[in-house]
Design a protein around this ligand. Sequence first.
Ligand code: FDA
Length: 319
Amino acid sequence: MNVFNKTIATLLPFIPKPILWQFSKKYIAGASMEAAISTTQSLNDARICATLDVLGEDTINREDAHKATQLYHKLLDVIQSSDVDSGVSLKPTQLGLRLDRQYCYGNIGSIVEKAESFGRFVRIDMEDHTCTTETLDIYYLLKKNHQNVGIVVQACLRRTLDDVRRLVSEKGNVRLCKGVYIEPEEIAYCDRQGVRDNFLLLLEELLKGGCYVGIATHDNYLVDGSYKIIRKLGCKNSDYEFQMLLGVTQNLRQSILDKGDRMRVYVPFGEEWRAYCIRRLKENPTVAGYVAKGVFTFRRSGPATRHQGRYNKPDSESD
Ligand code: FDA
């Protein structure tokens, strides 16, 4: 990241909410469940399935973890009643992992059970390396009794090849991604090509071992490399799917769909959109640069108001 973009990334938390929303709305369905369902319906119309994520992480008390669990229950009811093609993705720390592992297991278990009764899939997102072992443990426990649950592994972590070997032996359902968290060099590949090489190595292990894989990347290099592996192993398109984040690399997304492959889009929504956006924008310096331009334009032309219709607020954002 260059110095300019690094500075912008540091300033992101101080950027006014309306401006931040202007540049984030592409990546977030909105604050409400209705907005999330509407986005999912549009994706489904374009032959894309979804996984819905209630934004939030690092819950510090049981009350908030309970609220998040209830929100997921409600979300599953709404997914079911609106009959959209979507599962859910969830973050263990939002559901109490840092408070009590057993409590978190109970919360995720209740969501998995409800999803199972509706024939819906639950993907457990992977957070930073301090959560990896406990998150995998929870997944293995749930997998004993439920088929509708999957896990995520991160190519940036050196331990992941070992994790993948166990997942292969258990025929896990795995989303493979690079990993979004900045991790210490002792435990992680920190160079771009090292992560890419590991990603392709892991993908080959997973597919060879008969795991269903969600190939989660927007990196052209990895999409091409994945197709080479898929062809080499003679995989059927029911052995894998591609996954992308809402609003990212839509041309690449379309080119994969045009090949007849399944595409799933991760649709984040909820009141916690601001924290999520700041993380996403920091991750992508180019977008952070656009935010900066927006701030300067905003200052020159004066604040946009809802009446002028210059920006779309999430439904429940307060003034
Ligand atoms: P790379 O970062 O090289 O991106 C390739 C190109 O895509 C960029 O040049 C840019 O054009 C575009 N792009 C990528 N990210 C963008 C963004 N945020 N905004 C705008 N443009 C962007 N991580 C994790 O640690 N745990 C998890 O559970 C998940 N879950 C997950 C689900 C899904 C469906 C996806 C697609 C990704 C995740 N991730 C994740 C995030 C993942 O680890 C990784 O950080 C991002 O996908 C970016 O890596 P790429 O492979 O896309 O390559």
